[in-house]
Design a protein around this ligand. Sequence first.
Ligand code: ATP
Length: 354
Amino acid sequence: MSNAVIIKDAVKKYGDFVALKGVSLDIREGEFFTLLGPSGCGKTTLLRMIAGFNSIEGGEFYFGDKLINTVPAHKRDIGMVFQNYAIFPHLTVEENVAYGLKARKVPKAEIAPRVEEALELVQIAHLSKRKPSELSGGQQQRVALARAFVIEPSVLLMDEPLSNLDAKLRVQMRTVIKKLQRKLGITTIYVTHDQEEALAISDRIAVMKDGVIMQCATPSEIYAKPQNPFVAGFIGVSNFLDCEVSKDGDTVLNGGLKIPVPLRRAYTGKAKLSARPEQLFFSDSGIAGEVQFSTFLGDFVEYEIRLDDGQSLIVTEYTKDTAGMHEAGEKVCLNFDPHRVSLYTADTEEVLSC
Ligand code: ATP
């Protein structure tokens, strides 16, 4: 049976260095949950603590309602998929997949049909007699996947499983993983530093930085409502503009443009506005600038605009919505939908927008 994973105040120390500074997460049963963040933020450290490969310097880890802090790794009922596949080179595909079942003393008669079913699910049943050296990288990763879920673990852990594959295969394999996870319903915790992959594959994402969770939400919430400038900059592309919130609650940009961004609390003073390239639009009024560069990208055009105050912005516009492209050197005005931008205090970077 699949399990929820609950983490309360996890602390990890390597000597004097604190790699995790009190991380709490509530991962639901059957959920596809991703730990996302830049290199060194603590993703693998946390995954290894869940797996039982790392010591725990503080906090509590639960599978369902069972505290697992002192349960050894081999008794945690987890499946793991690593970046480097970690399949046995001397065993055939089917022997690799059967390995975990034999180790768990599953009755012999059950093993062959379960292996066959697993290989069919990852679409490599026709390769069952081959050795790993006779497989492509994508096929080897399918073996690793089949081997991890054939044991029907209560939790599946994946650490950057696609990073050794080329870009096209990565996209194909992430769809394979997502469909498989949906079908099997195993609680899955997935580590990646690739924000596009995380958005595409996850039910929810925890964005990490320096051993701290910066935001934990669904992909669409994280994209639309980043809770701090770090998340806004790390997920997708964001334009940041200095501004000020006036006494009457308007957000005032350099050059005087006022936009009524709805605020979650009263605030007056310096602020930072963040807007996605597709949230900006050309308009008769707004902030003035000049097109520096335009790039035709098929279904949309990307513009680099230099504002009159020297700041630069990236703006995208769907080609089907426009009659023609703006050319470099053209003077333009840009405006915002006040309900779709994000606003933060300038000093503490607290989110102000609703
Ligand atoms: P990456 O995406 O590069 O794998 P990550 O987010 O998974 O990064 P971790 O491997 O969890 O990061 O490392 C978190 C921090 O802990 C890093 O600063 C790393 O240098 C440090 N660290 C990890 N393992 C050890 C160790 N065995 N001894 C000392 N420091 C370590």
